[in-house]
Write a protein that binds this ligand. Structure first.
Ligand code: KIV
Length: 279
């Protein structure tokens, strides 16, 4: 598919649906996914033509100020998914199932996923884990709920992994990841996020699977990329990661603008001439 074919195909898509993403994989197109946590960001992501907006459980750290993804609750996730839903008309709305909302098994997962779709307006949910969550994935998918998988660095297991660190660094764990990915595909996921794994393994997984593989710190060969909003746009000044391509420095811009505003107010220079003469 040429670049022009791809942009024409994308323009024809009104609301992105799961089959559109499957078609992109089939035709060699790439999928752009970004985390979105609120209404105004949803408007911006849509205006930019992003394909998938993920209300990630990284909201726990990025917007709620926690150290890990563990504390964010299902109610908090739904609150943000609803806000994002009100802002989106184009991108597919994908919601993370937060820690503790599916680990007890398929029935618990059903309850949480139904709430994310029904109350939040999500089109799909994402959950972490390999073979052990396959029965849960199957239950959701058989009920008509599209599910995305997440392997590699799975932040909900941060304490078991010993931190947010790169995964599948040796042959045995690389093979295990591939088997997990195949098991998830077999259980019915429409796509898989691979986080912080070697680029070669990202390539092998993308080649081996018929479903889209979206990478974050998983090299350039995946079927798409996902980035965290704050990292991509440089919201938190000074934070730099190897896997992040930063496209803007919005944090610094915002601080500078707020500094000028504060100085203007303090110095009595805030009002414009129009304001001063306004009756
Ligand atoms: O919550 C999140 O930000 C994610 C991405 C890292 C894929 O799950």
């Amino acid at each position: 598919m040429t670049e022009t074919d791809q942009s024409v195909a994308r323009k024809r898509i009104k609301r992105v649906q799961i089959p559109d993403l499957a078609a992109l994989k089939k035709n060699g197109g790439r999928i752009a996914m970004v985390t979105v946590y609120n209404y105004s960001s949803a408007l911006m992501a849509d205006a930019a033509g992003v394909d998938v907006a993920l209300v990630g459980d990284s909201i726990s750290m990025m917007e709620l100020g926690y150290k890990t993804v563990l504390p964010v609750t299902l109610d908090e996730m739904i609150h943000h998914v609803r806000a994002v839903s009100r802002g989106l008309q184009h991108a597919l709305l994908l919601a993370d199932m937060p820690f503790g909302s599916y680990q007890s098994g398929p029935e618990q997962a059903m309850g949480a996923a139904v709430r994310l779709l029904k109350e939040g307006g999500a089109q799909s949910v994402k959950l972490e884990g390999g073979r052990s969550v396959a029965p849960t994935v199957k239950r959701l998918v058989e009920s008509g709920i599209p599910v995305m998988g997440h392997l590699g660095l799975t932040p909900q297991s941060v304490h078991q992994l010993g931190g947010h660190r790169a995964q599948a660094q040796d042959d045995a764990s690389a093979e295990k990841l591939l088997e997990d990915a195949l098991a998830l595909q077999q259980a019915g996921v429409w796509g898989i996020v691979l986080e912080m794994i070697p680029a070669e393994l990202g390539r092998r997984a993308s080649d081996a699977l018929q479903i889209p593989v979206i990478g974050i710190g998983a090299g350039p060969f995946c079927d798409g990329q996902v980035q965290v909003w704050h990292d991509l746009l440089g919201i938190v000044p000074g934070k730099k990661y190897r896997h992040v391509k930063q496209y803007a420095c919005l944090g610094e811009e915002a601080v500078s603008a707020l500094r000028r505003y504060t100085a203007d107010v303090h110095d009595g220079n805030f009002h414009t001439e129009d304001d001063r003469t306004q009756r």
